[in-house]
Design a protein around this ligand. Structure first.
Ligand SMILES: NC(=O)c1ccc[n+]([C@@H]2O[C@H](COP(=O)([O-])OP(=O)(O)OC[C@H]3O[C@@H](n4cnc5c(N)ncnc54)[C@H](OP(=O)(O)O)[C@@H]3O)[C@@H](O)[C@H]2O)c1
Length: 337
């Protein structure tokens, strides 16, 4: 049965821009009237939203990303799955599940060109549509061009992108898969549960990060999915083998409160014929059908896992983002609304 439309609902707004770690003071929870779809608009009951580290970047004054920053005083945005209540002129059916970006709220009237019906035929689990899996697929297939027999390094291996990137690298024939993580518990998790061959601690252990990475990949690295930047990207360039492909994909070093700036000896790039490629997921939507088919099949036959955390209630979303950025969670982070 469809949800009755209440008079009011809860939204989370950006209260102030952060300059350091996130706290409760950066968010404001408000109770406001449920939006009116007006003539022809689509009213959606949001069911689940994704919380991702890029939101920390979008809370700042200006970001280099091709996504609008959040505005102070306005409700934040997030990839969200919802159920159509009033289809308006959209051609959708009441009860149909859709993907849009008007998250951080219980009810939404998304922009008409932002509403896509969920392809539940090839990927039946709505939660999987909110994973970072598509980004991981792009990083592996297009950014790092993983090939059979490659030794692959995934930085930020326990994050939403990293947990899938290691599995997708293996699916594309990787011979050895190495990840970087922030704790021994996460190292054990990616090796035992996700099939990584080795995990390097980013902030602990013998010697420098580069020495630890070299010990895990004594013959060098052929392909890199770099979610972190900074010291880890610099080390990956130095440990890379001739002809390596390095996908520069994320800036977790900065989103975690530090810096993703990297000093790279360009002579090494030339001498080793390394491809250093900034990779943006939006440039590769042509591979969505391949990706959805592969993930749907892998989840169904159990060859792929989708590790994720669930929080309940939109009022828990700020805590979910704070815990994610503090490194307390492994895998994707979803909030049931
Ligand atoms: N290029 C694109 O089109 C695209 C698309 C999607 C996402 N991205 C980017 O890809 C990156 C990974 O995304 P994600 O969703 O996997 O991230 P995520 O799940 O939010 O990753 C959070 C993890 O980052 C790690 N971390 C925190 N502070 C860190 C620091 N100072 N240095 C290194 N790691 C730190 C922590 O793990 P540990 O404690 O285990 O280190 C934490 O659990 C992000 O930068 C995101 O913006 C890019």
């Amino acid at each position: 049965m469809q949800a009755a439309v209440p008079a009011t609902h809860t939204e989370i707004r950006l209260a102030r821009r952060p300059t350091g770690p996130l706290g409760p003071e950066h968010f404001r929870q408000v109770r406001v009237p449920v939006p009116d779809p007006g003539p022809g608009g689509v009213l959606v009951r949001n069911r689940m939203m994704a919380v991702t580290s890029v939101m920390r970047t979008l809370m700042e004054e200006s970001s280099p990303l091709p996504i609008p920053e959040f505005r102070v005083g306005e409700t934040m945005m997030a990839p969200t799955v919802g159920e159509v209540i009033t289809p308006g002129d959209s051609g959708l059916r009441p009860g149909q599940l859709v993907l849009h970006h008007a998250g951080w709220r219980e009810w939404a009237v998304p922009e008409p060109d932002d509403v896509q019906p969920l392809n539940t035929a090839s990927l039946p689990d709505p939660a999987a549509h909110l994973s970072q899996s598509f980004a991981s697929w792009v990083a592996v297939v297009r950014g790092a061009e993983v090939r059979p027999g490659d030794t692959v390094f995934v930085s930020g291996a326990a994050g939403g992108v990293g947990v899938m990137a290691g599995q997708f690298a293996r699916l594309h024939g990787a011979g050895r898969v190495i990840g970087s993580v922030g704790s021994q518990a996460k190292a054990d998790f990616v090796v035992r549960e996700l099939g990584y061959d080795a995990a390097v601690l980013r902030n602990a252990g013998e010697g420098t990060f580069e020495e630890r990475l070299r010990a895990a990949a004594p013959d060098g690295i052929d392909a890199v999915v770099d979610n972190v930047g900074g010291e880890q990207l610099g080390a990956a360039v130095r440990v890379a083998r001739h002809g390596a492909r390095i996908s520069v994909f994320g800036t977790l070093a900065e989103q975690g409160g530090g810096s993703a700036l990297t000093e790279i000896d360009t002579g090494l790039l030339i001498g080793k014929g390394i491809v250093l490629r900034g990779t943006l997921v939006f440039d590769h939507t042509d591979v969505i059908p391949d990706f959805e088919a592969a993930l749907g099949k892998g989840l169904e036959d159990g060859s792929l896992a989708f590790p994720h955390n669930r929080f309940t209630g939109v009022e828990e979303a700020p805590r979910a983002l704070r815990e994610l950025l503090a490194g307390k969670l492994s895998g994707s982070v979803l909030v049931e609304l």
